[in-house]
Design a protein around this ligand. Structure first.
Ligand code: SF4
Ligand code: FE
Length: 485
């Protein structure tokens, strides 16, 4: 099948799942795919389809599938080389620059690659047949150019208790019934990025599990149209601006992201779509693989979004007449340096990737975790510098309707100007963009997403010592110091 355009992608969502169950503000959404709250996030995913057909971006956006021999969207690729890992980071930066948000499709490739490896490892240990099943599913994604989101994060209830110890057994997703034709699962997955923009969801365990948690050690894929799947749409700061019919106040009127709370109310999963079933020993491995693989990706996407924020800040400094001021120039330089540090980490993790026993390539996990921890810290610093230069007006500015008001528009135009040759509207647009990047849903709040996406900083701090071989460093020191024991 030919690679889809953005328009064909949206059409395919409607055809595959014409009536998803989605609730927003306590009411069932009618025609959710056409809803103004949803459209910007859908546009961001659609761009990943359209760019494939642009000769300028075709090379970066596509790859040759080792499963089908056909050209596929890079988001549907099983990495066959280090170059594939590097190109993914470059593609993510480019899309971050073009959308200034999370474009949501990355878990298809990141999740696909880790399940490609994990199912092989489980088969090696237990003699199961998961790998062939998963390969068949991924081939189907490639052939039909589809999006499969990863559902990993359980709602977790009391964080001090294991899945099987919770007062309510559904606080981690689990198997409630085993049938001849499949398994029935119940539970909920939180923070489901772009869930409504996906054709499928791929469920994985979120943490290490013990033998008594084995009903929770489950991985599978289901179409978003499966009976029993319910989305509760997540709120974002200033999200109702999308319903006001304007443009300036949205900051990023074209693109955005989306998160839903995804509820599995007795969903039947056919056996052929089950990729882990009670092998609790692999729960930690799968969550660790996804975390460490996806953490490298942040070095691409968040650098791309930072490029927009840095550009917006520099432009605003021009509009304010302070672009030549030495402290502003020094702050912009600092923002660039910080941002390129994230990119450097992401690229380094990709360049240091290795071939796995099943043949695909994995990035370096130590560098990926360092990358993500840096992203969590650095975006905060970049954001602080952006707000420092922008001034308090980011959060006190009158609205677009005031600008266009027949009575008071002239005052907004007069008093919101910076340098005399730039209209107030331009300054307002760039201020709203900065506001959107910092606080809005446009980049998952840029800062919040950078802290908690792909695992919170403590998750990286757990992985870094595990991956860094501290005893080797100690032996180096002993050797140099001449300590013989
Ligand atoms: Fe992709 Fe970045 Fe969004 Fe993750 S946070 S899905 S890597 S754009
Ligand atoms: Fe994310």
């Amino acid at each position: 099948m030919a690679l889809k355009t953005g328009k064909e992608y949206v059409q395919s969502l409607k055809e595959m799942n014409p009536h998803p169950t989605v609730y927003l503000f306590g009411e069932k959404m009618q025609a959710p795919y056409d809803h103004p709250m949803v459209k910007p996030s859908q546009n961001a995913v659609a761009l990943s389809y359209d760019l494939v057909h642009d000769p300028l971006h075709e090379d970066l956006m596509t790859a040759r599938s080792h499963l089908t021999g056909q050209k596929v969207n890079r988001f549907c690729h099983i990495y066959q080389s280090r170059d594939d890992l590097v190109n993914k980071i470059k593609m993510f930066r480019m899309l971050g620059q073009m959308t200034a948000t999370c474009f949501q499709r990355c878990t298809t490739c990141d999740g696909g690659n880790i399940m490609y490896l994990a199912t092989y490892e489980v088969d090696q240990k237990f003699g199961t047949k998961y790998h062939e099943r998963f390969k068949k599913f991924f081939r189907h994604l490639q052939e039909n150019d589809l999006v499969a989101g990863i559902a990993m994060t359980d709602v977790k209830g009391d964080r001090s208790l294991k899945p099987s110890e919770q007062a309510d057994p559904d606080l981690y997703l689990h198997v409630v019934e085993e049938k001849k034709d499949g398994i029935v699962v119940r539970g909920a997955k939180a923070h489901q990025t772009g869930a409504l923009n996906c054709h499928y969801t791929v469920v994985m365990p979120t943490r290490a599990m013990a033998p008594e948690d084995k009903d929770y050690a489950v991985a599978f894929s289901v179409p978003m149209s499966s009976p029993g799947l319910i989305h509760i749409y997540g709120r974002q700061f200033s999200d109702t601006r999308k319903l006001e019919g304007g443009c300036i106040d949205m900051g990023n009127p074209l693109f955005g992201m989306q998160e839903t709370l995804l509820i599995f109310e007795n969903v039947l999963v056919p056996w052929e779509n089950v990729y882990l079933y009670k092998e609790y020993e692999f729960a930690e491995r799968i969550s660790g693989l996804l975390g460490s693989h996806h953490r490298c990706s942040y070095g691409g996407c968040k650098t791309g979004v930072s490029d927009v924020l840095i550009g917006a800040t520099a432009l605003l400094a021009q509009y304010n007449g302070v672009a030549k001021s030495s402290h502003v120039r020094s702050k912009i330089t600092e923002m660039i340096t910080l941002s390129e540090t994230m990119y450097g980490c992401g690229l380094a993790s990709a360049y240091e990737g290795h071939k796995t026993p099943v043949g695909n390539y994995m990035n370096d996990f130590l560098l990926a975790n360092v990358c993500k921890l840096n992203v969590a810290r650095i975006t905060n610093q970049i954001g602080q510098l952006a707000l420092d230069i922008a001034g308090g007006i980011v959060t006190t500015m009158p609205s677009e309707r005031d600008l266009h008001s027949p009575e008071i528009g002239k005052y907004v135009e007069k008093y919101l100007r910076g340098v005399s040759n730039v209209p107030a509207e331009h300054r307002m647009r760039i201020l709203r963009l900065i506001e959107n990047l910092m606080f809005g849903g446009g980049a998952g709040g840029y800062i919040v997403e950078s802290i908690h996406g792909a695992g919170s900083p403590e998750a990286q701090k757990t992985m870094i010592p595990r991956e860094s071989n501290l005893s080797h460093k100690i032996s180096l020191a002993k050797c140099i110091a001449g300590i013989k024991e």
